[in-house]
Design a protein around this ligand. Structure first.
Ligand code: ATP
Ligand code: MG
Length: 171
């Protein structure tokens, strides 16, 4: 995978679900039509927690829940928000079969949980959000701690990460 020229990274220590959610809210506030946020992390990492925050930040007022069984939930907030979960998919071809390009290259914000399972079907330009149960130094930590890595692939997302500092005071 070729990384688009403008790439920028941030690493954030989350001390609990409220931190992860509030980061999601800030990212959702900054979301623009066509944005893709790809969420990585194992079972129970906090992907849905962050995604539900992003729904709130994007102005979705009700109905947020995990799309593990529905695969795609569509919401209308300040902009359309498409929340996908690739956990039950076998690979990128499955995502394409769902007609996901309509969402991924559409007019809304698309959130993709388990992005690693369908990575090849995702746009090269995206915000990658990696949640791991360790602190920023990589050390295993307490039950509620998560390290959240944000990687901007493309200038749009580098600008979004620059704006994040003004939108979110941190944990
Ligand atoms: N710092 C944290 N950030 C997010 N969630 C946390 C944190 N600390 C503890 N948790 C807990 O971890 C769980 C995360 O669940 P969540 O459904 O968001 O994970 P997920 O990555 O979507 O998992 P799955 O892949 O199974 O859907 C919740 O029970 C939440 O309360
Ligand atoms: Mg989930």
């Amino acid at each position: 995978l070729e990384i688009p020229s403008a790439s920028r990274q941030l690493k954030i220590d989350s001390h609990g679900p409220d931190d992860t959610r509030s980061l999601g809210v800030a990212l959702g506030r900054l979301a623009a039509p066509g944005d893709v946020f790809a969420l990585y992390g194992g079972l129970g990492a906090g992907k849905t927690c962050l995604a539900l925050g992003a729904l709130e930040g994007a102005g979705v007022t009700s109905g947020g829940r995990s799309p593990t069984f529905t695969l795609i939930n569509e919401h209308q907030g300040r902009l359309p928000v498409y929340h996908m979960d690739a956990y039950r998919l076998d690979g990128p071809a499955d995502l394409a079969d769902l007609g996901a390009d309509e969402y991924l290259y559409g007019d809304g914000l698309t959130l993709v949980e388990w992005a690693d399972r369908v990575e090849a079907a995702l746009p090269e330009r995206r915000l990658e959000i990696r949640i791991i149960a360790a602190d920023a130094s990589g050390a295993e930590v307490g039950r509620d701690r998560r390290a959240i890595g944000l990687l901007a692939r493309g200038e749009r997302y580098a600008a979004l990460l620059d704006a994040l500092a003004g939108e979110w005071s941190g944990p």
